[in-house]
Design a protein around this ligand. Structure first.
Ligand code: SF4
Ligand code: SF4
Ligand code: FES
Length: 816
């Protein structure tokens, strides 16, 4: 619970959270303090100095100064107004007058604040330097427009965890000495710093998330695809939810007509987010462009109705809305057909086993709990690709909360190793394949409280007392006799010198470390990490849900929720895995005639336009998803869809007259109509998005799961391959997004595996796994570590899934 205190800002009595900044408190109380460089949930860079206020008589930077009980704050004083006005004049020095063509024009903070501070003349100047533009990944950097607020650097480090941006030397002339004496103090200091720097980029570290573009207050960082395409004010912003992963982050499709001719069509120009409140993954930001312009095709529609009526099974995935899931369930109930969705079925089974221990149908954590914790553990998630927003939360917690974390995954990942600030704040453990059960036992061993006797006994039989030699340096006082060379007199002098002493100490080892494949130094690392830690969260990833031992893993994860202080967040695999698993009564295997919804089948309903009847993709649909936080959140159609929808098929078969798919919304979890669902944040950073689904009580039991932990063994020439996607690839829609098309289906290998297998980029291999054989190109992933390679599964047209029964498979890799 936050402790609340009272302060007064500009005469208004405000309630503030203890430890909160003055700036955030003012915002939460709907008071405006000018500020450019502060980025929510990131450390203050103190670059702009605009946020100056007077607090209890002293000038402070409100983004950095914390509230105190009884504090009185004045946002404007004559001196502060002079400083702010001078700062804005300085920002306008050598800023090119290209607002007419700049992408940011209309939503530019430099424009806004220059007007707000009434900058109508310029008192300052310095010779400009040559500042060439650069193309960086998905974006263009124009240093001529850059005001070096360092927001991009901060968000990349503190939120995303990539550290791909930093300041570099500008090489400008020094400021004229007379400015130091004549200018307001803060504006001079700000300018002096700005005049020395520009922004530099390290391509290998960048994950193309585009969050730096989102936070840039001017037009210095822009999407290369969007550049010079439209003025901001011509675009209509349509609130929606990320259609590619279960974060379902709030985002906006920005749409406009393609030309000024009479028959011009609307199209999506870009996707943006409220970067002050929330982040967005690269897939959501850049994978928006596929649209299905289908019209009503009567002949195919009649065939589709017939196909569904005669189907034995409908195959589908979880990239659908709750309303569509409800329609499929209604069809099942009416026609007695099977509904097969292996993704949602696995999740449902996992949560069912989990809830037998906890007594609640769902896990107790949310992504915000990860942000707020100072010790985070991730188990069985290829985090950067599986759940980008969860990855950002883990990095953010470690970086901002003086936190620490453990990342258990069989694939080594340089991106994760870079989490946190200087010093050892993250430990990455490349655990043995399928050892997630041992990891969860280990968490119970280290953090469990009042464990049930059968678990405690099991953990005890794996413990042994060992002895180790600890060497420490102590201070020892010695006496030295010193003889004076001139007089020949000797005297005794006391000196303190360092001395190394070794002692033998007993410690408790657990054989679980052998099962995990972790070094015993992990025990010491955890002890060191846990100093001053009091808020814990754990991420249970997709590898756990599809694990060969998923029942055992789910049960253990339930024990972690029940008997430790960890908040548990299980990551639903696809956008609406959780919603589908709650709404649909799913079957295990398909039989007979099949109809596929965006899945290959005898008769295909396809949003991609490659099936027997077109369907709307998610960016052309209204509806809801259940996100990772267990909230029902709405999404809107960016562009109208003119073809037939699942609702039309259901109306024919069920004899309904439902006009819009969203007419089902109020029939699913709670009787709340679609148009009543909120989808925004307020100034206090509180999310108002839909509503939480109800947690239900489940009969709990003390489930016994005490078999030994196992892992996979390899023989000579065998390797492990992993079903994992490159960052930003999730399904067939991201696969064809024009800004993401460089990420392809291939065998992704680390640099070390590339050398040992003597492979080159784009060389061809055959992968043989689970009695299947597949020819693939080779791609080198420089962020990957170790000998496990990965094969993407995002493209439904390249059936790499046949190589896998679980996420890991033994394989032979043959050069072709
Ligand atoms: S690129 Fe944009 S966000 Fe980054 S320092 Fe320059 S102005 Fe600030
Ligand atoms: S795109 Fe993302 S990872 Fe790359 S520099 Fe920008 S914030 Fe950092
Ligand atoms: S917002 Fe506080 S220094 Fe820039």
């Amino acid at each position: 619970m936050d402790t609340l205190i009272n302060i007064t800002i500009d005469g208004k009595k405000c309630t503030a959270k203890e430890g909160e900044s003055i700036l955030n408190t003012a915002r939460a109380n709907d008071l405006f303090i000018p500020a450019i460089c502060y980025q929510t949930k990131c450390s203050p860079t103190l670059a702009c100095r605009l946020c100056l206020v007077e607090a209890d008589g002293k000038q402070v930077y409100s983004c950095n100064a914390k509230v105190k009980e009884g504090m009185t704050v004045n946002i404007n004083t004559p001196n502060i107004e002079t400083e702010r006005r001078a700062i804005m004049e300085v920002y306008d020095v050598n800023h090119p007058l290209q607002c007419g063509v700049c992408d940011q024009s209309g939503e530019c903070e430099l424009q806004n604040y220059s007007l707000y501070m009434k900058v109508d003349e310029q008192h300052y100047s310095v010779k400009d330097v040559y500042r060439p533009t650069a193309h960086w990944g998905v974006m263009n950097y124009d240093p001529g427009l850059c005001i070096v607020c360092e927001k991009c650097v901060t968000v990349c480090k503190d939120m995303i965890g990539s550290n791909a941006l930093g300041t570099v030397k500008r090489g400008a002339d020094a400021l004229s000495a007379e400015y130091k004496a004549s200018m307001p103090k803060d504006s001079y200091a700000m300018w002096n710093k700005l005049n020395k720097s520009l922004i530099g980029f390290e391509e290998d570290k960048c994950i193309d998330c585009g969050e730096c573009i989102a936070v840039c207050p001017v037009g210095a960082l822009v999407s290369s695809d969007f550049q010079y395409k439209s003025n901001a004010w011509e675009l209509t912003k349509i609130p929606a939810s990320n259609p590619y992963s279960s974060d379902c982050s709030l985002m906006y499709y920005q749409v406009k007509h393609t030309s000024i001719t009479k028959h011009s069509e609307q199209t999506i120009y870009r996707v943006t987010n409220d970067a002050h409140y929330t982040s967005l993954s690269g897939a959501a930001r850049f994978g928006f462009d596929y649209l299905n312009r289908a019209v009503k095709d009567e002949v195919s529609f009649v065939k589709a109705v017939d196909a569904v009526k005669n189907a034995d099974t409908i195959l589908f995935n979880s990239y659908i809305t709750n309303e569509e899931a409800k329609i499929l369930q209604s069809l099942k109930e009416k026609l007695g057909l099977k509904l097969v969705n292996s993704d949602a079925l696995k999740f449902k089974a996992f949560m069912s086993d989990y809830s037998k221990v906890t007594g609640k149908n769902l896990y107790n954590g949310k992504v915000e709990d990860i942000h707020n914790s100072n010790f985070v553990v991730s188990v069985g998630s290829f985090l950067k690709s599986d759940a980008p927003i969860v990855k950002y939360a883990m990095n953010n917690a470690i970086t901002l909360n003086k936190g620490a974390g453990l990342y258990f995954h069989s694939l080594g990942d340089k991106h994760i190793e870079g989490f946190g600030k200087k010093g050892k704040t993250i430990e990455t453990i490349q655990n043995k394949v399928f050892s997630e059960d041992a990891i969860l036992y280990f968490i119970l061993d280290q953090f469990g409280k009042n464990l049930p006797p059968h678990i405690e006994e099991y953990l005890q039989h794996l413990r042994e007392t060992r002895v180790k030699t600890v060497t420490e340096t102590i201070k020892e006082t010695i006496v030295e006799v010193i003889t004076d060379e001139d007089t020949g007199e000797s005297k005794e002098v006391k000196k303190i010198v360092p001395k190394k002493v070794s002692t033998e100490v007993e410690y408790t080892y657990t054989k679980l470390l052998d099962s995990i494949g972790a070094d015993e130094s992990l025990l010491e690392t955890i002890t060191a990490m846990l100093l001053k830690k009091d808020t814990y969260s754990i991420i249970i990833g997709e590898d756990c849900i599809s694990h060969p031992n998923a029942t055992k893993i789910a049960t253990l994860a339930g024990y972690v929720e029940k008997y430790t202080d960890f908040k548990v967040v299980v990551t639903p695999t696809q956008t609406n895995t959780l919603g589908v698993s709650e709404i649909c009564d799913l079957d295990v295997v398909a039989t007979g005639k099949t109809v596929g919804y965006n899945v290959v089948a005898d008769f295909q309903l396809s949003a991609l336009g490659d099936g027997d009847l077109d369907m709307p993709p998610l960016n052309q649909q209204e509806g809801t998803f259940v996100n990772i936080d267990k909230n029902v959140v709405p999404t809107n159609a960016a562009i109208k869809y003119d073809g037939y929808e699942l609702n039309d098929i259901a109306n024919e078969i069920l004899d309904y007259k439902v006009i819009h798919t969203i007419d089902y919304t109020a029939e699913i979890f709670e009787s709340v109509k679609f148009d009543s669902l909120e989808n925004h944040f307020t100034n206090d950073r509180v999310e108002h998005r839909g509503y939480p689904i109800k947690m239900t009580e489940v009969q709990s039991e003390d489930v016994s799961i005490l078999d030994e932990c196992t892992s996979i063994d390899l023989i000579e020439d065998e390797y492990i391959v992993y079903a994992g996607n490159p960052i930003n690839q999730f399904n067939e829609f991201t696969a064809i997004a024009k800004q993401l098309k460089d990420e392809v289906v291939a065998l992704y290998v680390s640099e070390s595996l590339q050398k040992s297998l003597e492979l080159e980029e784009d060389s061809k291999v055959e992968v043989i796994a689970n009695d299947m054989i597949m020819a693939l190109d080779v791609k080198i992933d420089k962020s990957l570590l170790g000998d496990i390679s990965y094969i993407p599964t995002f493209d439904k047209n390249i059936n790499t899934k046949k190589l896998f029964k679980h996420r890991f498979a033994k394989a032979n890799i043959r050069k072709v």
